[in-house]
Design a protein. Structure first.
Length: 277
């Protein structure tokens, strides 16, 4: 028996990275999956974003677990696209129990340097997109008699970090959104929490732009994963540079499960002790 047998989960940004990991972990515990991803590049994002081939791989891995998955190309900035994809998934799979509002992007710049486009695109995905996801899901969760919504914030949703002020502001906003939703939806037995990771070993940080930010003093050929790892370690209390996607997925699984049936309105760090430094 899986911890999520018979349940259906909606996951945004599911084509790769944390989103794919969440989909796999929930499917391993018995959930069927409704998945969306932009599967395209955004102009202000300094690394390669997910592709249709990435989503096809997510589908393949979920189906290999003998679980059902409805995967759709949809941009969380477009509420009607999110709603249409979720409505179709619920129509095919029968209900909705769990939401993982995971889709997010990352870019760099001081508050003085950031352009309007960098600010707007990041906030439209990382904050407005989370609201769109919740808004589309609420009627289905209510019709189901309750459920669990997990919004992806960050350790940067709790503390300030230089060079990513727009990201910090958006992830702080996600926590405010979560707390409001937790109060508004409590009578419907819909629980809402955030998961707040430290750096996670995905393409969002393993790229040339991040390497340039963390090692501007080094030539490109010396910005190796090992060198960068030593610099990332400084941010965490535990002597590790980053966590793995499954570490976040395990937290999502717990918050989605009946083991957390009375947990709502909580900021849930998976941060290697970053927030106590």
């Amino acid at each position: 028996m899986g911890r999520l047998d018979g349940k259906v989960a909606f996951i945004t940004g599911a084509a790769r990275g944390q989103g794919r990991s969440h989909a796999l972990r929930l499917a391993q515990e018995g959930a069927d999956i409704i998945a969306i991803d932009i599967e395209d590049q955004m102009s202000t994002v300094p690394y390669d974003m997910a592709t249709p081939a990435d989503m096809a791989e997510t589908v393949k891995q979920i189906e290999a677990l003998d679980r059902r998955i409805i995967a759709t190309k949809a941009d969380v900035r477009d509420f009607h696209a999110v709603k249409a994809a979720l409505d179709d998934g619920v129509a095919q799979l029968g209900k909705l129990d769990i939401v993982s509002a995971n889709a997010g992007i990352f870019s760099f710049g001081t508050m003085e340097e950031l352009s309007d486009d960098e600010w707007d695109q990041l906030h439209d995905v990382n904050l407005k997109g989370v609201w769109h996801t919740a808004k589309a899901a609420i009627p289905h969760l209510r019709a189901n008699g309750g459920g669990s919504m997990i919004l992806t914030s960050s350790s940067a949703g709790v503390k300030a970090v230089p060079n990513i002020g727009h990201y910090v502001a958006a992830k702080h906003g996600v926590i405010g959104l979560m707390k409001t939703l937790a109060l508004e939806l409590a009578n419907d037995m819909i629980r809402v929490n955030t998961v707040n990771p430290t750096s996670v070993n995905t393409d969002m940080i393993q790229n040339a732009a991040t390497a340039a930010l963390f090692a501007p003093d080094l030539p490109v050929e010396e910005r190796t994963r090992e060198v960068l790892g030593e610099r990332f370690k400084v941010m965490n209390a535990l002597p590790i540079p980053w966590v793995e996607p499954v570490d976040i997925s395990n937290a999502v699984l717990f918050l989605a499960s009946d083991e957390a049936r009375y947990i709502t309105g909580v900021v849930f760090p998976v941060d290697a002790g970053q927030l106590v430094k």
